[in-house]
Design a binder for this molecule. Structure first.
Ligand code: G1P
Ligand code: ZN
Length: 543
């Protein structure tokens, strides 16, 4: 087998975003596009010679082809071994676990997460480092630099590797080990949680609906929830992954998982509902008649984690992304531990987890996880909820009422304006940035601004500094608005407006968040001139 050196030239726009490089599938399928980026990953990590990598993805369209290219490029550059999920499948948390379990040097995950898949939708490539987590900014910056100077890449001329059969083969001098994508991950979950208690819960008639959204979690959820824990067969729906996620949008929120929401809000709905995204790292939690916001879910999990074996000795600390609500902060305070506030994106949690400063982490965008891997983990969150419900023997609604009664309720919502003209979105942010120092003391929609700034983060472990991480405006009474531009979109700009207020009056715990937040929403619109600048009267997606 021969190694071919292919001349190429830099392709513009190969800058990794919040979570790897995400583009339209057709863009990724252009000549040299994937190859240039993969070679740039090798450059950024000082080559792959002698290294062991993990490879897998969420099964979306083009993933099978991309896997073969990545394998041939790894072999051409001298990698010792690549551990691949059967069929090129690995959920993101399972890939993170596999890197850690096998002591691999890193891994490549082929996914665009919750973005739709298919020839007309999105594809993505993300590199994770040896701790199992997404490459930090220092590494992604080197990748981007390499994409700007690349002049050639190396690829092995070879037939496709058969990824359908578990076992070892070789590709040139490189070993390719095809592994079951589910079993190691399932073993880890069994170590963390009290499976006997959850089994008893189902045996007692507790009902569940887990919507895998035609995405990668289907086989994992079926194996763990149905085959291992005894939930009835029909508890896991849309469980067969498809390359275009059944034509759907695999983002577990009340908009895109509306079928599940409708069932959960009906009088004869099941006790517990959950969904996960394209690559299995996000989760949505909903009780019978009771939706749990991701920010609240993090807080509840933190407050109750000690009920699961893995966390019985308590939490070292909690970490949340800045736009996530302050609900977890109140729990951290009660537990006497630190709640770290990080920029958006899981990569910022890695150091805190590695350094033993945080045990649980979460983001308002339906991501929750712990120190068991270095990615957020959808099914893990579902299992921790089930473990807590199995011990406490109350409903989700009761857990929420009890939680708010103790800590108060952080009302929360995110409004997304999608596909906005990029210049208009940047001008909106620039204009706000320019006025930040004058905002304190002014009012908007009758709310008095107490402080305003642009969030920046100094990593307490490695001292790295990340600036420009979202504009925050704080109001009297604990309300807050955050403005940020998405770093994962593939069409124009997405303006995210994060809205929050705090309520301690238990008589006001059952208000529709859009009603409760009305003034904050109005203030956000006024402060940023959203309608004037974007031409939009209302957001495209409200979660
Ligand atoms: C979004 C979420 C962020 C999450 C990321 C990857 O990024 O907001 O919390 O970490 O997806 O799943 P954004 O598009 O806002 O940059
Ligand atoms: Zn995801």
């Amino acid at each position: 087998m021969t190694v071919t050196t292919v001349p190429t030239s830099p392709i513009e726009g190969q800058k990794p975003g919040t979570s790897g490089l995400r583009k339209k599938t057709a863009v990724f399928m252009q000549p040299h596009y994937l190859e240039n980026f993969v070679q740039s990953i090798w450059t950024a990590i000082d080559g792959v010679e002698g290294k062991t990598l993990v490879l897998g993805g969420d099964g979306r369209y083009f993933g099978d082809r991309a896997a073969q290219v990545i394998l041939r490029m790894a072999a051409a550059s001298g990698a010792a071994k690549v551990i691949v999920g059967q069929g090129a499948i690995l959920s993101t948390p399972a890939a993170s676990h596999m890197i850690r379990l096998r002591g691999a040097d890193g891994g490549i995950i082929m996914s665009a997460s919750h973005n739709p898949g298919g020839p007309k939708a999105d594809f993505g490539v993300k590199y994770n480092v040896a701790n199992g987590g997404p490459a930090p900014e220092s590494v992604t910056a080197r990748m981007f630099e390499a994409t700007k100077t690349i002049s050639e890449y190396q690829i092995l001329e070879a037939q496709d590797v058969d990824l359908s059969v578990i076992g070892e083969t070789t590709l040139g001098d490189m070993v390719v080990e095809v592994v079951d994508p589910v079993s190691d991950y399932a073993d880890l979950m069994a170590e963390l949680f009290d499976f006997d208690a959850i089994r008893d819960l189902f045996a007692g008639g507790f009902t569940l609906r887990f919507d895998a959204m035609h995405a990668v979690t289907g086989p994992y959820a079926r194996h763990i929830l149905v085959d291992t824990l005894g939930a009835p067969e029909d508890s896991v729906v849309n469980a067969v992954p498809s390359p275009d996620f059944g034509g759907g949008h695999p983002d577990p929120n009340p908009i895109w998982a509306k079928d599940l929401m409708d069932i959960m809000m009906s009088p004869d709905g099941p006790d517990f509902g959950a969904a996960s995204d394209g690559d299995g790292d996000r989760n949505m939690i909903v009780g019978k008649g009771c939706y749990v916001t991701p920010s609240d879910s993090l807080a509840v999990l933190a407050a109750n984690a000690h009920l699961a074996p893995a966390y019985k000795d308590g939490l070292a600390g909690i970490a949340r992304s800045m736009p996530t609500s302050g609900a977890a902060d109140r729990v951290a305070e009660a537990l006497g531990v630190t709640c770290y506030e990080t920029p958006t994106g899981w990569k910022f949690f890695g150091n805190l987890l590695d350094d033993g400063r945080a045990t649980l982490c979460g983001e308002e965008s339906a991501g929750t996880g712990s120190n068991h891997v270095r990615e957020k983990d959808g099914l893990w969150a579902v299992l921790l909820w089930l473990n807590i419900l199995a011990v406490r023997k109350v409903s989700v609604a009761e857990i929420m009422a009890d939680h708010w009664g103790r800590y108060g309720r952080n009302y929360y919502s995110r409004h997304d304006y999608e596909g906005v003209d990029s210049d208009a979105a940047n001008e909106l942010m620039d204009d706000l940035r320019g006025r930040l120092s004058d905002l304190a003391g002014t009012t908007a929609a009758g709310l008095t601004v107490t402080a305003a700034d642009e969030f920046a983060y100094d990593d307490p472990v490695d001292g790295s500094h990340s600036a420009g991480q979202g504009i925050r405006v704080f109001f009297e009474g604990g309300a807050r608005v955050v403005f940020r531009l998405s770093g994962t979109g593939t069409d124009g700009a997405t303006l995210r407006v994060y809205l929050e207020s705090y309520e301690t009056d238990s008589g006001k715990f059952d208000v529709d968040p859009q009603v409760q937040l009305q003034k904050v929403i109005q203030a956000a619109g006024e402060l940023a001139g959203i309608t004037v600048r974007t031409g939009r009267e209302s957001p495209d997606v409200i979660t």
